[in-house]
Every structure is written in structure tokens, then in C-alpha cells.
Design a protein. Structure first.
Length: 410
């Protein structure tokens, strides 16, 4: 994709996944919403749409069970609750993730133990996970960041050898595969998000999946305040919350799920065009995807060598933003363990619980333990992408990145 650097670039407004310009919603969603409202039944315990969503999503993934919840965070909390850690148990997770993947661990009285990431994929690795396993490890939570799968076959070998359950955080990776197999089906539990900017959306919402009968049953109960709907003598069997999805959300989700394959295909096509247009820029690297992996591009990330550009990553991002390309340098800005809730152990009153039960090694966040994490955050530039991008949008993004990169090249 050649670009004429002398030709002035007219500023273009790009589709945004925060509104209708970048989200495919319309008659299909309105039709099912109308049906839900007309029924007068908006609770999933009596309605049909949430049940339909659960059945169809399980069929899509090829798993035995799928349960809908009211957010991606709720999905992850449900998964951790199903594992049922003892206070002070450890759950291995990633240093680059949303707080919604970490607070469920703490709420269930467990300690998040951070594994380092590969600086070119931003994902935890089998090696970094194995390095932090201890006698207190209760589970492993992997995040397929930006839609790029982790090395699940090797991770599962490590986990299975030690009988450690694995939770897959697939919030950003709908449709991603490893050798043709969907992420979310390798571990014991898969967690998905339907938040505003995800591959399909209901504004807020989520799904948990499993083919393990016991885990699926416990997740179903946790979503429903541990009340045994349909049991001969139901009761509230254990401490749990109400994480149910309502029928309005379920109706929108059913309509969106029907479009998922199209959206995933579109995103991969858009990303391929961007990679083709940017692959020859010095100091700027397009997404690293291992053989056999299918990346489904929640966002499109560039790895930038700041020492090869005047002003580095920050100057590149600043100039792109001036041209209407609202990119995010450094993604979450700092490792998750530097956020105050974890760094200062601000949890339940002044108790520091459950961190007061932690091994010193589990809460040692020394910088030298996370070289990949700091390198990844220092170099990543997160570019927007959604299903409404057309060729002119891709060309605009590519042309501007090329022009700015050439201007800043040392």
C-alpha cells in the first residue's frame, strides 16, 4: 500500500466503537428488544432470550455449558468463585490487564500473583507462569490480550501436570483460535465480555463457559445467589451474588451473536490491510502472531522503538491524535500491581485482607522481576479498530502513521 508523503492529508473522522459510527446495531436488535418488552418478562429466570444466548454461545464454542452474567467483571468473579480459593490462596495472572480481572481474585480472598509477559505479544508465557507457581497456587488466569492467543497448549501442560485449574480471560478475544480451536475451550473456564467496545456488545454483559459439570453448576449457582432453582429442596447453599443478565440485554446479545463471525472476519481483514501498509517502517513493528494462532484484533497494536523516533512513542501518539487517530500509548500506562488498590493494599477497611495473608514473595513487585512488562508498556501503541472501518479509513490511518513516522525518523 504505497503512500504519497508529499500529498496533504485531509483530516478524517474515524468510526468509533463508543457510538453508532463504529457499532453495527439496528433492526435486528430492535426487533428482539421489542419482542422482549412486549412479553412483559424482563428477568432471565422466566424469559427466553438469555437462555437462547447461553445455548447458542455454547454451541458456537463447542462447550457443554454457557451462563450469561451482567458484566465481564462478573464473568471473571464467577469463574474465581467456582474455583473456590481458601483465604490466602494464590491465583497467577498477568501484569498487563484491566482491574476487572484482578478485583474478583481479591474479593474471593485470594492473592493475585503476577507473571511477566512477552514484550512483543503482551501475553503471559508458559515460562513466566511456571516461574511463579508455588505450593499455594490455586489457579492460573490467562488473558488473551488484544485478541492475540496465549500459548495455551504449553500452559495447559504445565497446569495439568500440577492439577491446577485454568481460567481463560477472553474478554478481548472473541473468535481467536489456536490450530483452529477457540480460545476459551482450552482451560477449565472461559470468560467473555460484552462491554461497549468488545467484538460484540450489549453495553455491559458477559458470559462464562465450561465443559466441567461441577464448575458449571457452581457458576450457575454463584450467578443466582447460590439459590438452587429447580432443586427438590432449594436453599442458598453458599455466599454468592446476583450476577444475572436481564432479558433486554439478552435480546441484544442474541442479535449481536448472529453477527460475530462477520465482525471477526472484518476485523482480521482490516488488520491485514494495516499490517501490509505498515510492515516496512523502521522502528515500528506490526503485531506478532505465532504460527497456528488466529488473532482477532480487539485493537491493533504497534510496537514502537522510541530511540529511533524523535520524541519517541509519546510524540508519535501526539501527532496521530492531532490528526484524529485517537491512539493509546502504553495501554494501561503502568503494570496492574502499581495501581493503588494493590500497591497500597486498600481492600477491606484497614485490614489489608487478603494481602495480610500473603507470602512476601507473592507481593514482591520489584521492577527487575518484570522486564517484559515494562518493555511492553514502554513500546506499545494501541490503535482503534472496529467493524465499521472501510478501506478509506484504513488508508487514512496507514498514510498518517507513515507520514508521521518518516517525519520523526532519526
Amino acid at each position: 500500500m504505497a503512500t504519497d508523503l508529499k500529498k496533504p492529508v485531509k483530516k478524517m473522522e474515524l468510526p468509533s466503537d463508543q457510538d453508532s459510527t463504529g457499532r453495527d446495531m439496528g433492526d435486528d436488535e430492535m426487533l428482539l428488544l421489542g419482542e422482549a418488552i412486549a412479553s412483559g418478562t424482563l428477568t432471565s429466570t422466566k424469559g427466553k432470550f438469555v437462555k437462547q444466548l447461553e445455548e447458542q454461545f455454547a454451541q458456537y464454542l463447542g462447550v457443554d455449558h454457557s451462563h450469561a452474567v451482567n458484566s465481564g467483571t462478573g464473568a471473571l468473579h464467577t469463574a474465581v468463585a467456582a474455583i473456590d480459593p481458601e483465604p490466602g490462596d494464590e491465583i497467577i495472572t498477568t501484569s498487563i490487564t484491566d482491574m476487572g480481572a484482578l478485583t474478583p481474585i481479591i474479593y474471593q480472598s485470594a492473592i493475585p500473583v503476577f507473571a511477566d509477559v512477552c514484550p512483543s505479544t503482551y501475553n503471559v508465557t508458559p515460562e513466566s507462569i511456571e516461574a511463579v507457581i508455588s505450593e499455594k497456587t490455586k489457579a492460573i488466569m490467562v488473558t488473551h490480550l488484544f485478541g492475540n492467543p496465549c500459548r495455551m497448549n504449553e500452559i495447559m501442560e504445565i497446569a495439568r501436570a500440577r492439577s491446577i485449574p485454568v481460567i481463560e480471560d477472553c474478554a478481548q478475544s472473541f473468535g481467536a483460535t489456536i490450530d483452529g480451536r477457540y480460545v476459551g475451550t482450552f482451560g477449565d473456564i472461559g470468560c467473555f465480555s460484552l462491554q461497549q467496545g468488545k467484538h460484540i456488545t450489549t453495553g455491559e454483559g458477559g458470559l462464562v463457559t465450561s465443559s466441567d459439570e461441577a464448575l458449571a453448576r457452581r457458576m450457575y449457582l454463584f450467578i443466582n445467589k447460590a439459590w438452587g432453582y429447580g432443586d427438590a429442596k432449594p436453599d442458598h447453599y453458599f455466599l454468592a451474588l446476583n450476577y444475572r443478565m436481564n432479558e433486554l440485554t439478552g435480546a441484544v446479545a442474541v442479535a449481536q451473536l448472529a453477527k460475530l463471525a462477520e465482525f471477526v472476519s472484518r476485523r482480521t481483514e482490516i488488520a491485514a490491510a494495516m499490517t501490509a501498509g505498515l510492515s516496512d517502517l523502521p522502528g515500528i513493528h506490526t503485531p506478532a502472531i505465532a504460527e497456528g494462532m488466529k488473532h482477532t484484533f480487539w485493537k491493533y497494536c504497534l510496537r514502537v522503538e522510541s530511540d529511533k523516533l524523535k520524541g519517541g512513542l509519546d510524540e508519535l501518539a501526539k501527532r496521530l491524535k492531532e490528526r484524529g487517530i485517537f491512539c493509546g500509548p502504553r495501554y494501561i500506562q503502568k503494570p496492574a500491581f502499581e495501581c493503588e488498590v494493590i500497591r497500597d493494599q486498600r481492600t477491606f477497611g484497614d485490614s489489608r485482607f487478603p494481602f495480610n495473608l500473603a507470602r512476601p514473595e507473592a507481593v514482591d513487585y520489584s521492577r527487575d522481576k518484570f522486564p517484559g512488562t515494562y518493555e511492553a508498556l514502554a513500546s506499545v501503541l494501541v490503535l482503534p479498530l472496529n467493524e465499521k472501518y472501510e478501506s478509506q479509513h484504513v488508508d487514512y490511518v496507514v498514510q498518517n502513521i507513515r507520514e508521521v513516522a518518516h517525519k520523526l525518523a532519526k
